[in-house]
Design a protein around this ligand. Structure first.
Ligand code: FES
Ligand code: FES
Length: 214
């Protein structure tokens, strides 16, 4: 039956009828998939996650879709790790998880239950710099500094990789320990992009720290 809509109240009634009709259809199971999708959007799955970050235990309730980077920055306010591309291409978000470097924008926090996470805040402080932080300052290994926390975390993990004998793409002889050569360092740091182009100075900084260690 055709009804004329002449006033606001009549229009309101029509909208209400629409909602009631939609709810009745959902209850009848007709748009079950759409209703389920709507429900999933409205009620995200939440998980409890325990992490040890920079030596301190944290227990968080997180939407399962939360990246490790967002957990650090948005939930714990550890904003040293930077969000550059948010898709694994720039390395600005690099942190160290259980001794291995990880681009934290590409991994979910819930995947790291019980993990030990080290961010730039945990490597050193302005009063007590990590040797790699001090070397970056000494060699001007940055300009704008946006990539620097990721570069430094990556550099620290790179020297550990080399120390453990982990080969890189340019390691010619897999039966020998990787050498601390410039091409090795450049290859291993190639996932960390610097738009300011401080690469030469970054390599100088890493080389100095490596020299101190060996
Ligand atoms: S922000 Fe994670 S790789 Fe760019
Ligand atoms: S210092 Fe500016 S992006 Fe690297």
């Amino acid at each position: 039956m055709k009804r004329e809509v002449e006033s606001g109240s009549e229009l309101e009634l029509t909208r209400r009828e629409l909602f009631v009709g939609a709810a009745a259809s959902a209850a009848a199971g007709l748009p079950a998939v759409a209703a389920a999708q709507q429900s999933a959007v409205e009620q995200p799955a939440i998980s409890k996650v325990s992490l040890v970050i920079n030596g301190r235990a944290h227990s968080l309730s997180l939407d399962n879709r939360t990246t490790l980077l967002d957990a650090l920055r948005e939930h714990l306010h550890l904003t040293g790790s930077k969000k550059g591309c948010d898709q694994g291409q720039c390395g600005a978000c690099t942190v160290i998880v259980n001794g291995r470097r990880v681009v934290s924008c590409l991994t979910l926090a819930v995947m790291h239950e019980g993990s030990q996470v080290t961010t730039i805040e945990g490597l050193g402080s302005p009063e007590r710099l990590h040797p790699m932080q001090a070397a970056f300052i000494k060699h001007d290994g940055f300009q704008c500094g946006y990539c620097t926390p990721g570069q430094i975390c990556s550099a620290v993990a790179v020297l550990d990789e080399i120390g453990r004998g982990v080969p890189s793409h340019v390691t010619a002889d897999l039966t020998t320990q990787p050498l601390l050569k410039v091409d090795e360092l450049r290859e291993r740091m190639s996932g960390n992009i610097c738009r300011c182009g401080a690469y030469s100075n970054i390599v100088d900084a890493i080389t100095e720290v490596a020299g101190v260690r060996t």
